[in-house]
Design a protein around this ligand. Structure first.
Ligand code: HEC
Ligand code: HEC
Length: 271
């Protein structure tokens, strides 16, 4: 009898296939049925592995390949691919980014982590720019990291006096239409436009410059905080926030998915 026939007639285990066969062959069922059951268990496990491959792993691999070879601009115009990119990115965000950027993208003022659920992006909202930031990080030490400008420690280095730091804070509060000392704000204006060079990095309207990765100095999306004390501290002691590089920790498709998720404002819509 061929091996196949034997398997077909007797099942994957080496014992007789049915109780009747077991009795006919004279062996005790308790003994012969156990190896047969093991055979079926093995087969079931194999089926599960095949099913996981067919229904989970292969489609995921195909999606990852499609995401990586599709230009972000094209990807955004394809609703199916865009939604799949976001679905791929969400668990990655939860496991790798939420510790700092917040489960809902709310950021963390204490650590200077920007919110991801608003419309302000230090380096812009273009998916290609977002992808670059995620790949190489910000001041991460990677040679391609974002690292154009730092917030100088204007007070500590003596570039500005304590009074000038305080005056420019009043100027910022005035721009933001919050309670301020008008005379101090008047003195703060030339600090912003001349001595402190603030306009050079943060723009004349203080709304930030994406080429340099400088935050806006008005509005509600603060990295460290917009209250008087925190503003004073940012200007006096400087700031140098860091975001890790993810190039060797996440798959290219996951990084593309994250860029799409931020670009699409998925977290903003859930605020
Ligand atoms: C050389 C460029 C440069 C100059 C000049 C500069 N800044 Fe900045 N500033 C930055 C950068 C870059 C950051 C973001 C720091 C970070 O990412 O941690 C920043 C951050 C800040 C913050 C923190 C904002 C927040 O969201 O919490 C404040 C406040 C600030 N700057 C005010 C000023 C003022 C006022 C001046 C002028 C006296 C000034 N900056 C001059 C580059 C500059
Ligand atoms: C250890 C804390 C930390 C973790 C973890 C982290 N980030 Fe960041 N991230 C930061 C900080 C701090 C900044 C702001 C850096 C600066 O000062 O410019 C930042 C900035 C960013 C920015 C720019 C935000 C803007 O407003 O333009 C992006 C995009 C970003 N992170 C993506 C990610 C992604 C994606 C992950 C997860 C894969 C992640 N980050 C994980 C700390 C973190």
């Amino acid at each position: 009898m061929s091996r196949w026939r034997k398997w077909r007639d007797e099942g994957p285990g080496r014992g007789p296939r049915t109780l009747k066969m077991a009795m006919e062959s004279g062996s005790r069922p308790g003994k012969v049925l156990v190896p047969r059951r093991q055979g079926y268990l093995l087969l079931a496990a194999l089926l599960v592995v095949v099913a996981v491959m067919v229904f989970y792993w292969l489609p995921r691999r195909a999606l990852a390949a499609e995401l990586v070879r599709t230009e972000p601009a094209v990807l955004l115009k394809n609703p199916r691919l865009r939604d799949q990119a976001v679905a791929l990115a969400r668990p990655v965000y939860a496991s790798h980014c939420a510790t700092c950027h917040g489960a809902k993208g709310e950021g963390d003022l204490k650590r200077g982590v920007p919110a991801m659920n608003d419309a302000d992006w230090l380096y812009g909202n273009d998916p290609v720019d977002l992808e670059h930031t995620i790949l190489y990080g910000i001041r991460s030490g990677h040679p391609k990291a974002r690292n154009v400008a730092d917030m100088p420690a204007m007070g500590r280095t003596g570039q500005l006096t304590d009074g000038e730091v305080s005056d420019v804070v009043d100027y910022l509060l005035e721009l933001d239409q919050r309670p301020h000392d008008a005379a101090a704000a008047e003195r703060g204006r030339p600090v912003f436009f001349a001595k402190g060079n603030c306009f050079d990095c943060h723009a004349s309207d203080a709304r930030g410059v994406t080429d340099y990765g400088t935050p806006p100095l008005r509005g509600t999306s603060w990295m460290y905080g917009g209250d008087r004390d925190t503003l004073y501290r940012s200007i006096y002691s400087g700031r140098h926030g860091k975001c890790p590089a993810w190039i060797n920790k996440l798959a290219p498709a996951e990084i593309r998915g994250l860029a799409v998720m931020f670009h699409e404002g998925v977290l903003s819509r859930e605020r």
